[in-house]
Write a protein that binds this ligand. Structure first.
Ligand code: PMP
Length: 307
């Protein structure tokens, strides 16, 4: 039986014993940096393939730098802690790995980052599909705008930022859509509530540039590589207007949770044929093999874990 375990205060403990105090700074102010990493179960090899583990921890440490958090671990230490925890939990299914570095001091009414203790925890949970990757999803343009780097930095996964995503996703789902697309303060397309965004236009991939307030997506990077290496199609990072989406040939969202999810509709306008387009389909196929260690070319994107 797989176990529900956490790495908590330097030790592996049952998740039920990993509790934080109500006074914790991060609970009150969103002062935490987290990651979402997937471990993908390869049934025939009986191995869990963890996708881009190092890259996720590099991003986590970038977030820590911006948020003045000092955790006593290098990227290699964090990878090792994660693999050790996976070996103890022994899940034989897809899992979601959630590391979180946070302002752990039990101290409220203290609006600063410096001279406050930090800590690092990690949990692993079974995790299946997040959005429908078999068909297409329906999106709506959010009335909420993606926050600006002059407010809080959108390029990192700081917990407080997710109020923005959660407001947008809630609005979209309550209105009957699957996902929200956020514009930024300039009114140009930014990203989904938890995904980056790509359009296929005339057999080219177009995606918003980093300065349009997107998270520096790790799946986004992988898709850029797949498009250029395998499909031999150009990837163009540029400012994208909302109405361009309505006229695109295909659209898809990318993210650790969402994988590559085809979008069939935005604001009740059908995108392309409304079903998964040929470019999206090819990318999905290559990506889904890569994340399970089934594409020799991309084996270096995965850390295999055996138990
Ligand atoms: N944008 C946001 C706001 C996200 O939360 C995520 C999920 N981490 C992404 C994009 C996709 O990033 P990644 O591919 O690194 O998971």
């Amino acid at each position: 039986m797989p176990k529900s375990l956490a790495y908590f205060k330097g030790k592996v403990v049952p998740i039920s014993d990993a509790n934080i105090n109500i006074m914790t700074h991060a609970l009150h102010y969103g002062t935490a940096i987290f990651e979402g990493i997937r471990g993908n179960w390869n049934e025939s090899e009986q191995k869990l393939y963890v996708f881009k583990l190092k890259e996720h921890y590099q991003r986590l440490l970038q977030g820590c730098k911006i948020m003045m958090m000092d955790i006593p671990y290098s990227v290699d230490d964090l990878c090792e802690i994660t693999i050790n925890l996976l070996k103890e939990t022994k899940h034989k299914q897809d899992v979601y790995i959630r590391p979180i570095a946070y302002k752990s001091e039990e101290l409220v009414a203290n609006l600063k980052l410096h001279e406050i203790e930090d800590d690092f925890n990690l949990i692993v949970i079974p995790f299946g599909a997040y959005l429908d990757t078999e068909g297409t999803i329906r999106c709506t343009t959010s009335s909420w705008r993606r926050m600006e780097d002059t407010n809080v930095p959108p390029r990192i996964k700081v917990s407080g930022n997710y109020v923005n995503s959660i407001l947008a996703k809630t609005e979209a789902v309550l209105a009957g859509f699957d996902e929200a697309i956020l514009l930024n303060g300039n009114g140009v397309v930014s990203e989904g509530s938890g995904e980056n965004l790509f359009l296929v236009i005339n057999n080219e991939l177009h995606t918003p540039e980093l300065s349009d307030n997107i998270l520096t997506g790790i799946t986004r990077d992988s898709i850029k590589t797949i498009a250029q290496n395998d499909l031999k199609i150009p990837v163009i990072e540029r400012r994208i207007n909302r109405s361009e989406i309505y006229l695109a040939d295909e659209m898809f969202l990318t993210g650790t949770a969402a994988h590559v999810t085809a979008v069939g509709e935005l604001d009740n306008r059908t995108i392309g044929s409304g079903s998964i387009g040929p470019v999206t389909k090819q990318i999905q196929k290559i990506y889904s093999k890569a994340i399970r260690g089934q594409d020799p070319k991309y084996l270096n994107w995965c850390t295999a874990c055996e138990y």
